[in-house]
Write a protein that binds this ligand. Sequence first.
Ligand code: SF4
Length: 318
Amino acid sequence: MVQVIPIERKSAVLTPSSLACLSHVPTVNLTAGCAHECRYCYARGYMTHPGEGKVAFYTNTLARLREELRRKRKKPTTVYFSPSSDTFQPVPEVLNMAYDVFKFLLESGIGVTFVTKGRIPDRHRDLLAAHAPLVQGRIGLTTLDPAVAAAFEPHAASPEVRLAQAAELIGAGVPVDARLDPILPGVTDGADCLEPLCAALARIGVRTIAASVLFLRPAVTGSLRRCVEDKQMLNRVLDCFAGSEPLAIHAGNSRVLALPASARLEIMERLKTIAHRYGLEVLVCACKNPDISSGSCHISGRWPPVVRGGSQLGLFQS
Ligand code: SF4
């Protein structure tokens, strides 16, 4: 398991994101690094990443958040968890902080929106369900195959658990979408993987899928090579990138190695064809796919950007 390093946060808790689809909500990370240690995690390349096998836990998040909100004339309408970590990591201090921060925000009338590949403890689920009108969830799910999940997402909740807890939240009135990110070319991009995934999501009441195909940064390629033990499976992924070109994406204005546009389009068309058979909408985000999409993945949920007399709703409410 990971080494947890407690640290005091010096900078603001509520942070704007460089992603266009997160521009209208402040974001919060409870940690730098993530105990799920997904081998493809893009956050591995970030400056704040503490290194393999480590998670830096911000011990003063709640205290600073209270103080920040007390001083703000306008409160956020909703807060997004988390752009470069997971709120529901299997680390007790992180889960306790997640509970306290969620409770504080929800009891202050501030919405919470999250994406997770983790196991959501019962008390967190009860809290979210009790404030359902203020909550939007999204489960990250890349495969139903336990072997693929174990190879690439070793410490995340099993796909079965993720589906079951999403079903429970939906049953409690919390809207939950799915995030198929990243689709692993050569491993999870075929109909044999996408078909059962779409069927399972539709069965539990998911209506919308946001999807993106894996792209590579040096830190991601290094992690994949070092950590994925099934080299045959790994090579099926990496072989797809032979001859790929760098692509400028709108996520921190970075350049990544992406599959050619035609290959990503083919995968997305396959997914859309299958998803539509199950009544699922597919969103392809222009932040990560500026060459094949002009849409948004609505990563923070569909909080209406235009309300109240037609005015633009910004990061904060009066
Ligand atoms: S759950 Fe998300 S943030 Fe955590 S390691 Fe996996 S991809 Fe990265």
